[in-house]
Design a protein around this ligand. Structure first.
Ligand SMILES: [Zn+2]
Length: 322
């Protein structure tokens, strides 16, 4: 039980990276409710240039009223501050690692691994529920979606699924199955494996801050707080959901220029051409094809690609609400 009641605090959580002495800093706010309830952690900026999620985290913290709150709302406005400050997509600039592959982290590992270690130790490991906010990175056109993973614990998995469903975003993605022997290395999976129901939400795109995409996140976050009994209100439920399985990225096997020929929410069939790659002289290098029958949720819009870049994300529609 938190010792504080009815107050709101914010500041920088600061650590020192042992290997170089550089600071590791996270802007964090805590709203201590007047009454008891669960601790919900909301984190923006896992990818530091996904601005809709960052803005939603800032706004959620500012609108939360400790007098009306039950439990504790913890908000990390921005996880990947070095990426934000450098206008960099996806990666921690110090080590080139995607923070979604660094959890639970290592104190004496690379800078990004040490970030994960401290954030997990001080914040992530202390929550009862967790929502990780994304917003479509600089080179990504994206249709909003939510994702829940599977830990093998039926109670945690069902609560995570329910959180994702209640976020009021039409695409609900059932993500990968993990186990203690095969743990996830992202933050929301790490929290889930510890027993905290968790989800990821994507709304926003292409390094642009649009308020309607921020509002999509805020509606989902308020819904979750009402659902968890942390505040009063009506759950907004306007989405016609599509339940997605086999969510799959198509990654580039080449460097060159990328020319997508599909658009967001387009239905594709296995083997259908979704884009082309040419070299810098205009010579054809490859046709890129859909890996499944499904719906396109992300299209890489930057033509600049190298081996391993995600070109398209798509998933199979298992069922949909009418
Ligand atoms: Zn992201």
């Amino acid at each position: 039980m938190p010792e504080k009641k009815g107050v709101k605090e914010h500041g920088w959580l600061t650590f020192q990276y042992r290997n170089t002495g550089e600071p590791i800093r996270f802007p964090v706010g805590t709203v201590y409710g007047e009454n008891d309830g669960p601790t919900l952690l909301v984190l923006g900026g896992m990818h530091g240039s996904e601005f809709a999620g960052i803005e939603a985290a800032i706004r959620l913290f500012n609108e939360a009223d400790p007098k009306k709150l039950r439990g504790v709302l913890k908000v990390g406005m921005m996880y990947n501050v070095p990426a934000f400050e450098n206008n960099l997509g996806f990666l921690v600039p110090h080590d080139g690692k995607n923070p979604m592959s660094t959890f639970p982290g290592s104190r004496l590992g690379t800078y990004g691994e040490a970030m994960a270690f401290y954030f997990n130790q001080e914040v992530l490991s202390k929550c009862d529920y967790f929502v990780e906010l994304h917003g479509g990175d600089i080179p990504e056109a994206l249709t909003p979606f939510v994702m829940h993973l599977r830990s093998g614990d039926p109670d945690v998995d069902e609560k995570s699924r329910k959180m994702a469903e209640i976020y009021n975003i039409p695409l609900v993605v059932k993500g990968a199955q993990f186990s203690k022997d095969n743990p996830p290395h992202n933050a929301f999976g790490t929290a889930m494996m510890r027993g905290a129901p968790s989800m990821l939400a994507e709304s926003g795109q292409q390094g642009i801050l649009k308020m309607d995409e921020v509002e999509t996140h805020l509606t989902g976050l308020r819904n979750i707080m009402v659902h968890l009994g942390m505040m009063n209100g009506e759950i907004v439920n306007t989405a016609k959901r599509k339940f997605i399985e086999n969510y799959t990225s198509i990654r580039s096997e080449y460097a060159g220029m990328w020319y997508p020929v599909v658009h967001l929410n387009q239905r594709v069939t296995t083997g259908e051409v979704v884009g082309y790659i040419r070299d810098y002289f205009g010579e054809p290098v490859a046709e890129v094809r859909a890996k499944l029958d499904g719906i396109v949720s992300m299209v890489r819009t930057s033509p600049a690609i190298k081996v391993g870049n995600t070109l398209i994300e798509h998933g199979f529609i298992a069922s949909e609400e009418s």
